[in-house]
Design a protein around this ligand. Structure first.
Ligand code: CA
Length: 231
């Protein structure tokens, strides 16, 4: 069985070759590389990749603009994107995630981590973790029911506020998925009171305190946001 098609957008030839080599080595033989935003946009349509590795620092149309265009075009909006970034581009990472990019890798990255991230994103996309209909969301020691708003941790009921429940549920639905503070605000905001990004940090402190020994279920991604730990 042939593996998924991957489009690599990277203007540095050495990195491009390194990525291609490692993808091929892992059995991804349908790989196309391009070195500019313009060619990437064309290839996204014509090659119809299953996943795009997108460098943010590109000549011409930069990576974030490419991401925005891909996500706003119905023909390409569903293609998962992993951003390739420099460590200094944390604010760009946040913007990219809020535009709909699925994940990011900070350069330099090891081939092993690259392949693991690709597999993780493809797995998430293929098994869309939708709401369990009328059922209970189970993640390790945690179980949550959105209908009854019951939360159990190791079988013991946990008392959460409305917002704490919403935040935890949002993160737990997609383990490994990084949410920025802005995304969390958008998801949990009440209609009649403002929720700020700072308030999210405060909620997180309270939520982790309630999770006690299991506080590591929520990971802080420095400079970017939060995620539920991936098993
Ligand atoms: Ca670059």
């Amino acid at each position: 069985m042939s593996k998924e098609k991957i489009l690599v957008v990277e203007d540095e030839e050495a990195i491009q070759e390194l990525i291609r080599y490692n993808l091929n080595k892992d059995g991804y033989d349908r790989v196309r590389c391009c070195d500019s935003g313009e060619t990437a946009l064309a290839a996204a349509q014509e090659f119809a990749p299953d996943l795009i590795l997108l460098d943010l620092m590109l000549p011409g149309i930069d990576g974030l603009s490419v991401c925005r265009r891909l996500k706003s075009d119905s023909r390409t909006s569903a293609i998962p994107i992993i951003m390739l970034t420099a460590k200094s581009e944390e604010s760009d990472i946040v913007v990219g995630l809020e535009m709909g990019a699925d994940d990011y890798l900070t350069k330099p990255f090891s081939p092993k981590v690259l392949i693991a991230r690709i597999k993780s994103v493809l797995r998430r996309v293929n098994h869309t973790e939708a709401d369990p209909i009328g059922g209970t969301l189970k993640r390790g020691p945690l179980s949550m029911n959105r209908g009854t708003r019951e939360v159990l941790l190791d079988g013991v009921p946990l008392s959460l506020t409305f917002s704490e429940f919403e935040i935890l549920y949002l993160l737990a639905r997609r383990p490994g998925w990084v949410y920025t503070r802005g995304q969390i605000v958008n998801e949990v905001k009440g209609d009649d009171y403002p929720v700020t990004e700072r308030a999210i940090d405060v909620q997180m402190v309270s939520l982790r305190r309630k999770l006690g020994d299991h506080c590591t279920l929520i990971e802080t991604v420095r400079g970017v946001g939060y995620r539920f730990v991936q098993e």
